[in-house]
Design a protein around this ligand. Structure first.
Ligand SMILES: C[S@@+](CC[C@H](N)C(=O)[O-])C[C@H]1O[C@@H](n2cnc3c(N)ncnc32)[C@H](O)[C@@H]1O
Length: 322
């Protein structure tokens, strides 16, 4: 079971394609520590009773800037016995002390890197960012090698017109750093509709990418790096590029995957949590948790979100399939 928890909307970078770009106006909500600790205990009990591994994955905003990041992570890992992962822009990992914490507590760490060198820096509004990430990631790899333990290291990349051609070079660079896994997202249009028309992938971009992928995958596998995202994921990318909707009738909400927002609503995915989400305060008992998939499916049947008519939830399209 994977629980992706967006625990803050605040971020320190200004990516023009992202909803949480720090230059955008408006309030930034964050999760509170008691709620996270209480739900961590429920998930821990669920894991013990069912024997199913639970991975809680912090998302943002920028999760490493969330003021409760360390306390919440320690609680979930040490008191609740859960595995914890983070997706980050990596800025905070320039602190050796935070790297040590991450190295000691996380099961997985995903760092967002969109291109090699200045192109990444420009897209993220972070001069020198790529060079800093190179240092940070190689330091994490080295620490893990020295200690014989540490998080699985993954790079996630947003593919857009300007970056998709350079993806192979970025993958090779990441392989030199010693990461374990590479994932990619097609640039989504819902978050920043003003950015998407000029940067969204076109059918020819995806076709060219799909043709390169098998040999790139083989090359990386020979270097011990998994480039994931299979046929289903590529088919979704191709449909999006062609402007074709892909409806999903039943994503089996709450069975293997759950999204929780910073307000403490648990739903099928980040596109539907506001509409279908169940307050975590109603999921305090294991029985309520067990009933959650049926409850979410019934809520969806009563009022089907528009997002389900063209589903862009990456986990539904097997982003992590090998
Ligand atoms: C919203 S960010 C939050 C975590 C963190 N701040 C980071 O940069 O990794 C989560 C992931 O979504 C990706 N992302 C952001 N905006 C996107 C968009 N419009 N389309 C596709 N992926 C996007 C980011 O690159 C990152 O890998």
């Amino acid at each position: 079971m994977i629980v992706v928890w967006r625990i803050t909307q605040a971020c320190n970078l200004s990516c023009p394609f992202c909803s949480y770009d720090r230059t955008r106006p408006g309030p930034r909500a964050e999760a509170d520590l008691p709620t996270v600790q209480a739900f961590g205990a429920v998930l821990g009990a669920l894991q013990r009773e069912t024997g199913r591994r639970v991975l809680v994955s912090w998302l943002g905003g920028e999760p490493l800037l969330w003021r409760h990041f360390r306390a919440a992570t320690v609680h979930l890992v040490e008191a609740c016995g859960l595995a914890v992962s983070v997706t980050t822009n990596g800025t905070a990992l320039q602190s050796p002390e935070l790297r040590a914490f991450v190295g000691d507590h996380l099961a997985e760490l995903t760092v967002s890197v969109d291109a090699v060198g200045p192109q990444h820096d420009a897209l993220r509004g972070w001069p020198g960012g790529f060079a800093a990430l190179e240092q940070v990631i190689t330091a994490l790899v080295q620490r893990r090698r020295e200690r014989g333990r540490g998080p699985k290291l993954r790079i996630n990349t947003v593919l857009m017109r300007a970056t998709i051609g350079g993806y192979d070079a970025l993958c090779r660079r990441a392989a030199e750093w010693g990461v374990d896994e590479l994932t990619f997202n097609a640039l989504g249009g819902r978050d920043r509709p003003e950015f998407f028309p000029e940067h969204g992938l076109r059918p020819a971009d995806v076709a060219d990418f799909a043709a390169r992928l098998p040999s790139l995958r083989r090359e990386l596998a020979a270097a011990g790096v998994n480039l994931v995202g299979g046929e289903t994921y590529l088919a979704r990318m191709q449909a999006s590029a062609a402007g074709e909707a892909r409806a999903v009738a039943d994503c089996r909400p709450g069975e293997d995957f759950l999204f929780v927002d910073e307000a403490g609503r648990a739903g099928p995915c980040h596109f539907t949590a506001t509409q279908l989400g169940v307050p975590l305060t109603e999921l305090g008992a294991i029985d309520a948790w067990r009933a959650l998939p049926a409850r979410l499916a019934a809520a969806r049947a009563r009022c089907r979100p528009a997002a389900c008519e063209d589903c862009h939830s990456t986990q539904v399209w097997a982003k992590f399939q090998r």
